[in-house]
Design a protein around this ligand. Structure first.
Ligand SMILES: O=S(=O)([O-])[S-]
Length: 137
């Protein structure tokens, strides 16, 4: 029997967007100039390599999000203990809504995400740069 998905991505994203702060790209570009803001890029490394990144953004794949935020986790990242505003982005603004909601639910604050994601940031004239993974060996 096929599965019945009772809460799809639209519902999840709508719920997240109802609870979190959403910045448009121009607002995000402005706020990123503030030293108290961390831009968190939750795209996969392949996307970052292919499309570039926001200079200075902290890369945290969505898969590690909870484990890097929780100070009790063996994988905790000190940046998430800082007294900063965390602005999440993905490629188009959907995954970042879910990530920001999860981060907020965990107690991280303040958090926001960028409507339209990296594409909107780039189209609004936000700074971007190419990125290549470090070669091993
Ligand atoms: O990056 S995304 O909005 O396509 S999930």
């Amino acid at each position: 029997m096929p599965q019945t998905i009772t809460r799809g991505i639209k519902a999840l994203i709508d719920e997240a967007n109802a609870e979190i702060e959403t910045l448009n790209a121009k607002e995000a570009i402005e706020i990123s100039k503030n030293g108290d803001v961390v831009i968190v890029d939750i795209r996969d490394p392949r996307e970052i390599e292919r499309d570039g990144r926001i200079p200075g953004a902290f890369a945290c794949t969505r898969g590690m999000l909870e484990f890097w935020i929780d100070p009790q986790s063996p994988y905790a990242k000190p940046i998430f203990q800082e007294d900063k505003k965390f602005v999440f982005h993905c490629a188009g603004g959907m995954r970042s809504a879910l990530a920001a909601k999860t981060a907020k639910d965990m107690g991280l604050k303040p958090v926001a995400h960028i409507a339209g994601g990296y594409a909107a940031w780039r189209d609004a004239g936000g700074p971007v740069e190419q990125w290549e993974p470090k070669k091993k060996g």
